[in-house]
Design a protein around this ligand. Sequence first.
Ligand SMILES: Cc1cc2nc3c(=O)[nH]c(=O)nc-3n(C[C@H](O)[C@H](O)[C@H](O)COP(=O)(O)O)c2cc1C
Length: 188
Amino acid sequence: MASTKETITDELRAFIEAQQMFFVASAPLAADGHVNLSPKGLDCLRVLGPLQVAYLDLTGSGNETSAHVRENGRITLMFCAFAGPPRILRLYGTGTTVLPESSVWAELSPLFLEYHGARQIIVADINRVQTSCGFAVPLYEYSGQRETLLKWANAKSDQDLESYRQQKNTSSIDGLPTPIGEQVSEEV
Ligand SMILES: Cc1cc2nc3c(=O)[nH]c(=O)nc-3n(C[C@H](O)[C@H](O)[C@H](O)COP(=O)(O)O)c2cc1C
């Protein structure tokens, strides 16, 4: 049964920090827009406070979450236990994108590992903390993080990554602009 908590308690924080991955969901407002759901691994997520989390988002071929939170803010993060006692945690909130040039980046980026492919930080202010049973989530044994994304980014120069983002990350699949896209249009 679902249960809501006032905040991310110390116990929930420990649960979050024990997970090797999380899922992030967001959607555009348009009724026919595509709902996005992304799996996120590596050591990218930080609990910033009782009602705030952030993750370091790495360069990839799409930029859905950032476009959606820019449009309407809505974001949900989900963590689930693949080992040990069953549990699902959903954090519902309002997201914002922090780009490397901003003063908030200077404040937050030291909290994260330095990944060459870092493109932005997604901060989520949480308005609902909900746990549920997870009785039907299968048991998996963790055998390691994939290094593919890191290797992919490390093979590129800063400039290559920058032009990749300008080519691929300026809008969502539904054509909504991302903060990276706005930045590009300001520069033109
Ligand atoms: C090298 C590479 C690695 C990727 N790894 C992931 C990944 O681990 N998780 C993921 O959600 N998308 C991954 N993607 C896919 C896209 O970046 C994906 O469309 C994007 O993550 C969706 O938007 P979001 O990151 O804003 O949620 C990868 C793409 C590339 C090129």
